[in-house]
Write a protein that binds this ligand. Structure first.
Ligand code: FAD
Length: 258
């Protein structure tokens, strides 16, 4: 099979950063033909010691206009894919499926005033792509990024989030963003403490944002831990906020990571 007939391209690792023993980021070259919408994911492939290839879904952190691709990864102990991925170094090869997938994109919503982006752990990735793209800043009046981790040391990409405010192309609109970190297993100044569902139910999240979650104005994206997503969907449903489908536009869009 020739390279043009293959369903994937081979990209080169430009940079690998270890954030904690269980979290790292990687930056790769990008095939000129690889197109995606902010919020989508790629399928990445690595070769195991026995020569077989293992594939997993990974959300892009980088924006559709970036020349490179960036990914944010967990290391699952004994994980089939991440054990291999976390061994890769600058200059190594990563396979990237030619097609991007996924519906955690802004076209899920036909309207809305406030966009709530609720992430646990590496579920932050697609929201960073969305925030680095212009569309979200044009469409919404307020953007609330809620990023939940267990320990403060796991709060990744803080410089990127801070830096959004000083990007030229966001001049005049960057104040639309409110960032609310949540740390569940320790009390940290400047972060909320508790599960996202609890913080919605007891009103703390809305108080911190200075905004109400309402079917009329709020659109909510959820990404990461499937239990958080299921529980949060139930809490939102009780407030008349439902999954947005093509045939029935709603208020909620989700991406489960496992
Ligand atoms: C649409 C989609 C997008 C994804 N995007 C990302 C991403 O951007 N970054 C990323 O790290 N992973 C992402 N994942 C998860 C990823 O595909 C793999 O599951 C992960 O790389 C672990 O692979 P593994 O073979 O090592 O372990 P697996 O055998 O795949 O997973 C073993 C177990 O590890 C846990 N687990 C898996 N992924 C995570 C995670 N991200 N955070 C915490 N616990 C986890 C779960 O309990 C899972 O059952 C995504 C998954 C989907 C479906």
């Amino acid at each position: 099979m020739t390279a043009s007939e293959e369903k994937f391209t081979r990209q080169t690792l430009l940079d690998v950063q270890t954030l904690t023993p269980n979290l790292f980021t990687l930056r790769t070259t990008r095939d000129a033909g690889f197109r995606f919408r902010a919020g989508q994911f790629a399928r990445l492939g690595v070769t195991k010691a026995d020569g077989s290839t293992v594939w997993r879904a990974y959300s892009m952190v980088s924006a559709p206009h970036d020349e490179h691709l960036e990914f944010f990864s967990i290391v699952v102990p004994e994980g089939e894919f991440t054990s291999e991925l976390s061994r890769l170094k600058e200059g190594d090869t990563l396979m990237v499926d030619k097609t991007a997938f996924g519906f955690l994109t802004l076209d899920r919503f036909v309207d809305g005033r406030d966009l709530w982006l609720l992430a646990t752990g590496t579920g932050l990735a697609p929201f960073l792509s969305i925030l680095q793209d212009l569309e979200v800043w044009q469409r919404f009046e307020r953007i609330i990024l809620v990023y939940s981790v267990r320990q403060a040391a796991e709060l990744a990409y803080q410089p990127l989030i801070d830096d959004l405010k000083s990007r030229d192309y966001l001049e005049g609109v960057a104040d639309k963003l409110l960032y609310i970190p949540v740390v569940t297993r320790e009390e940290v100044a400047g972060a909320l403490h508790g599960r996202i569902t609890t913080l919605i139910e007891n009103g703390e999240l809305e108080r911190a944002a200075g905004l109400d979650l309402t079917p009329e104005h709020s659109r909510v994206m959820l990404c990461g831990n499937p239990q958080m997503i299921e529980d949060t969907r139930a809490v939102l449903k009780a407030r008349d906020m439902n999954l947005s489908l093509t045939r029935r536009p709603g208020q909620v869009a989700v991406e489960n990571y496992w």
